[in-house]
Design a protein around this ligand. Sequence first.
Ligand code: ZN
Length: 578
Amino acid sequence: MEKWTYDWANFDEFPSKRKSMQKDIEEFYSKYKNLNEANLISSLNEYEHILTNYSYGGEEGYYYWLKSQLNQSDNEIKSKYKEIQDFTIEQFNKINFYRKSIAKLDKNNIISILTSTNNNKYLHFINKIFENEKFILSDKEEKIISLMNEQSYSRWKNMVSELISSETQIINDTEHSFEELISQTISENKEVRDLAAEKINKILSKYEKISEHEFNALLSHYEVIDKLRGYEYPDHSRHIGDDIDKKFIEILTKTVTKNFELSRRFYDLKSKIVKHKLQYYDRTFPVGKINKNFNWEESKKIVKKVLSNLDKEFLEIFELFEKNRFDVFPKKGKRGGAFCVHFTKNLPTYIMLNHTDTIRDVKTLAHEVGHGINNELSRKAQDEIYFGTLTSTAEVASTFFEDFVFRELINNVDNKTKFLLIMQKISDEISTIHRQIAGYNFEKEVHDSFRKNKHLSSKEIGDIFKKNMSAYCGNSVEMEGYENWWIYWSHFRRRFYVYSYASGLLISKGMQNLVDQDKSNIAKVKKFLSAGTSKSPKDLFSEMNIDIYSEKFWNDGLEQINQLLNEAERLYGEMTDE
Ligand SMILES: [Zn+2]
């Protein structure tokens, strides 16, 4: 079936489920507001019960959220969703005290209670609470911080993004929004790209001074909060929140930065192919048109073939989705792009696509199904507290399956298509790995410099941006004149998030290497995909005998891109007789 159905949703029971949410939460509060070692274990069980059944509004929340994705202009659905969301937040606020109460107990006593009663499952959960709680302030201080967040962070950030997105520019008598201009910068037509970039530059320089103040406000907001909470350096809170450590980030960023030679070599090749120096926005436009199409049935067939070659269970999971968990085709009012979603452990996975028969759509299908397989394996192995993925590894499964499908695709096309596919693939991977790490390096430098100087002018921010983008783009890419393009890179406002794209894809490549060496290693991959959030990447990898603190691990992943680039250079030489 190509449409979602909601066979699990009991509409009649929505009102009574709300009542049980309220009742269970109130009971939890009165039973455990005085938490102690004696009632800890029953509290953990009941806490998990509440999370499993009511997080994000439970069935009712999930149902209206899903519906709203397919009918974005339907205000009735929107307000139903908002209603259950507000209700849920209000209820869950009543049990905010819980983690704090745990952190007030004696850690060693808790650990011995858990181990002696065979409740080891909660150990990681408890450890993480203690680690996080070190940085949590008193209730009153936390309340002030959360109330002030709107003024010192959100409103600044929203102001700039709203100002920019409401801008339009006229090209050939037609009005173009900022978003439209951005998408025109990847057009195959050079004139379209150049004109769009000129207009983008106009908008960005209009808001340069405003963004300077916005960004300084955010840098200052983060510095103040970090100081209050006791974080020691700008990306410390990111490491704690994502369950990774400083060493992990250092080895990742250092190794990728050392490999910027690879991305520079790619842009050299691209510049040679298109016979002009690339401008900063010329990084991603395709160097030729791919004329091969795949309808929905053909796309499914390819993905299923790849899955069944890897492992029978992967195929079974796909067939489960195939019944009624894909919404496949574009439709008026439906959200753009693609996603795979899960709310809680007892609600099914859904995948939304906008399939238009391109080769990219086949890869997207593989990508989202990868997330779905990850969900299903983690659902099978984990309870609610560990159901889901860590930020640093959230994209491992998706890119793992996407890459295997890519290999299948290039084996069945002519040389020219193969060349174009490989060029597109390397371009995507550089955007995911090298570019994001260059972004991380930029953020580090900006935060450090702000903490020394207390204000950075837009020129100073622009110079740091130019320097870090040039580092991975190289001499074939012109950076002069694009100093303001950090302004609309929204991830910089969610500081230090960008590394997760690079870590996910490179870990996935490490997994691919394992399977290439020995097919039986798929068991290790499955174990990894089943782990949910039950272990930090550090522990998980050491159990698998993989040393993520060695440069070699990351270099081996990057080597796959190097080989693709060798192949692209070879094919290009062959086609041009060079
Ligand atoms: Zn993804």
